[in-house]
Design a protein around this ligand. Structure first.
Ligand SMILES: NC(=O)c1ccc[n+]([C@@H]2O[C@H](COP(=O)([O-])OP(=O)(O)OC[C@H]3O[C@@H](n4cnc5c(N)ncnc54)[C@H](O)[C@@H]3O)[C@@H](O)[C@H]2O)c1
Length: 248
């Protein structure tokens, strides 16, 4: 990919691991100025050093932490042009009727509240500075297709899809686009059990028409595309990248 004429500042939440790290690395390789924003500062620093990026510590579920992190990035780099709302977790799992309320709250706090808080802070910054930027929210096909035991997590992803549409329509007049990428299962630390639990891996693979669980590299190009000028007429969508799982 050719170097951008003017590098954009790209903020990737949860960029110290998994999909976020892959996204951060790809933007950095494309010549953009990348800031990894993660709860785990040590891993964020290490990842940033490895890929030639910057880092900032943030807890996306905490409003004061989000405001401070966004202010620090703006002070250091002038503007935030691309926000990738990627930080997320399941926090646990189990049938809804037995789910620990703390698991529900933790999942909702990071995924739903975190996406809202980051969208609020960075959106306000973009509008105030006249930045015609974009956001890409990492959802999940679970928002549209249930897997027993992940109901709490999937509800947060459906909420993220709703935020994508709402932010998309509210920010369109400012030239700001908001889209989502909805992966099926991806091999990352979050799904580490696929490496050790052969039966679980086979059960997930059997649901995927294209036959394999995604690698991070299968997800990254969709994020870069939605953040590119080639997607200038696209806003409010959640693009599934799932090997056809939603067709099955
Ligand atoms: N792995 C999959 O199968 C899969 C499938 C669909 C969607 N997703 C979504 O992709 C995103 C990334 O998942 P992953 O598999 O790469 O996970 P991961 O566990 O490898 O990485 C998640 C990162 O988010 C960070 N994080 C967690 N809580 C945070 C907080 N409060 N504030 C800031 N950072 C925080 C972690 O420190 C970690 O670096 C998540 O939103 C996840 O829901 C993953």
């Amino acid at each position: 990919m050719s170097e951008p004429v003017v590098p954009r500042t790209v903020l990737v939440t949860g960029g110290a691991s998994g999909i976020g790290r892959g996204v951060a690395e790809a933007f950095a390789a494309a010549g953009e100025r990348v800031v990894i924003a993660d709860l785990d500062e040590a891993r964020a620093r290490a990842a940033a050093m490895e890929i030639g990026a910057h880092h900032v510590q943030v807890d996306v579920g905490d409003a004061a932490s989000v405001e401070a992190a966004v202010a620090a990035v703006v002070a250091a780099h002038g503007t935030i042009d691309v926000l990738v709302n990627n930080a997320g977790h399941t926090a646990g799992g189990g049938p809804l009727i037995g789910l620990d309320v703390d698991v529900f709250d933790s999942c909702a706090r990071v995924n739903f509240r975190g996406t809202f808080l980051m969208t609020r802070a960075v959106g306000a910054h973009m509008v105030e500075r006249g930045v015609r930027g974009c956001m890409v929210n990492i959802s999940s096909i679970g928002a549209r297709q249930p897997t027993p035991g992940l109901g709490h997590y999937e509800a947060t992803k459906a909420a993220i899809d709703a935020l994508t549409r709402s932010a998309g329509i509210e920010l369109a007049a400012h030239g700001i686009r908001v889209n989502g990428v909805a992966p099926g299962p991806v091999l990352t630390p979050m799904t580490a059990m696929f490496a050790t639990d052969d039966a679980a891996r086979k059960a997930w693979e059997s649901r995927i028409p294209l036959g394999s669980i995604a690698q991070v590299a299968d997800i990254v190009p969709a994020v870069l595309f939605l953040a590119s000028d080639g997607a200038r007429h696209i806003t409010g969508v959640s693009l599934q990248v799932d090997g056809g799982q939603l067709l099955a």
